[in-house]
Design a protein around this ligand. Structure first.
Ligand SMILES: O=P(O)(O)OC[C@H]1O[C@@H](O)[C@H](O)[C@@H](O)[C@@H]1O
Length: 285
């Protein structure tokens, strides 16, 4: 099928750039189908490290890497955060372009690389990125094309940009249980109205509400509206961990934070021929 094109979408090398008539734009790298830029009102909303490696030798440090089939270092396969963020996806073209939204689609199927990864199932992933005037949607469909069921723990690893990490507030997580990876992966209860950052944070909030408000600075709120993703991971490496990461500059922990919608506490199970769908919409308020 010939990819559908639009004057609002350009493809150059591994980058697909989408422009909306309102002036907003986004950029997706076929490496991982990683959204690497989202600009609204002339302001970049996503964080990408200035030391990010963009040649395919490692996942892109920033934007929205897509974690599949495994979040973290789980039991499903060896390594961290699965293979989807490390592989080049196929750009399948413009799915829709109308005055309100522009949609572009990407696909990843099992290959020698995925079958030899330790998670050897046959699958098809379809990822649709939707740009509106002040919204960005990322929607994933997973189809089991195999003869047996499989499990996965998918996640949208969104890196948000902030002018000052100490002013960030992540709301709507109060009264949830969370696993704290910084404290021996023990379970805790969130009693604060907002999660803030003044040290390393690495938590999995279980069963989070579908709307999360983020104050990225005292005047700017972004809403995450998630769909069919149960949990929310909140992460900032802070100073010491930042120094350990080769593709992240030492001071960059001050200008980013991750709020990651996923189903990671318990895996999704998918039967042969079935499709599972989920996603998020980011909205500038
Ligand atoms: O360095 P990576 O593999 O991109 O992972 C970054 C972080 O991703 C988060 O989702 C994890 O909860 C953290 O534990 C991890 O450090």
């Amino acid at each position: 099928m010939t990819p559908r094109t639009s004057p609002n979408v350009t493809e150059q090398g591994s980058l697909v750039t989408v422009r909306h008539p309102s002036g907003s734009s986004c950029e997706i790298d076929k490496l991982g189908a990683t959204v690497t830029s989202w600009r609204v009102q002339d302001r970049e909303r996503l964080f990408v490290s200035r030391k990010a490696v963009r040649d395919g030798t490692k996942p892109i440090r920033g934007g929205i890497p897509l974690v599949f089939p495994q979040f973290g270092q789980g039991p499903l396969m060896p390594g961290q955060h699965g293979f989807a963020r490390k592989l080049y996806w196929t750009y399948t073209g413009v799915a829709r372009d109308d005055p309100t939204e522009v949609l572009v689609a990407f696909e990843l199927k099992d290959s020698d690389a995925t079958r030899s990864s330790g998670w050897a199932h046959a699958f098809k992933l379809t990822y649709v990125v939707t740009l509106g005037a002040d919204t960005l949607g990322t929607h994933l469909a997973v189809t089991n094309t195999d003869k047996t069921p499989f499990k996965f723990t998918p996640l949208l690893h969104t890196y948000f940009a902030t002018p000052d990490i100490t002013e960030v507030r992540v709301h709507d997580l109060k009264s949830l249980n969370y696993t704290d990876k910084v404290r021996e992966a023990q379970a805790y209860y969130e009693d604060r109205d907002a999660v803030t950052f003044d040290a390393e944070v690495d938590r999995i909030y279980h069963g989070a509400p579908n709307i999360i408000h983020l104050d990225v600075d005292p005047r700017t709120t972004i809403l995450i509206k998630k769909n069919n993703l149960r949990d929310v991971v909140v992460w900032n490496p802070w100073a010491d961990k930042a120094q350990e990461m080769a593709d992240f500059a030492d001071e960059e922990y001050k200008s980013m934070f991750c709020v990651e919608a996923g189903t990671v506490h318990e895996a999704v199970s998918l039967q042969p021929s079935q499709t599972w769908e989920a996603g998020q919409q980011l909205i500038i308020k």
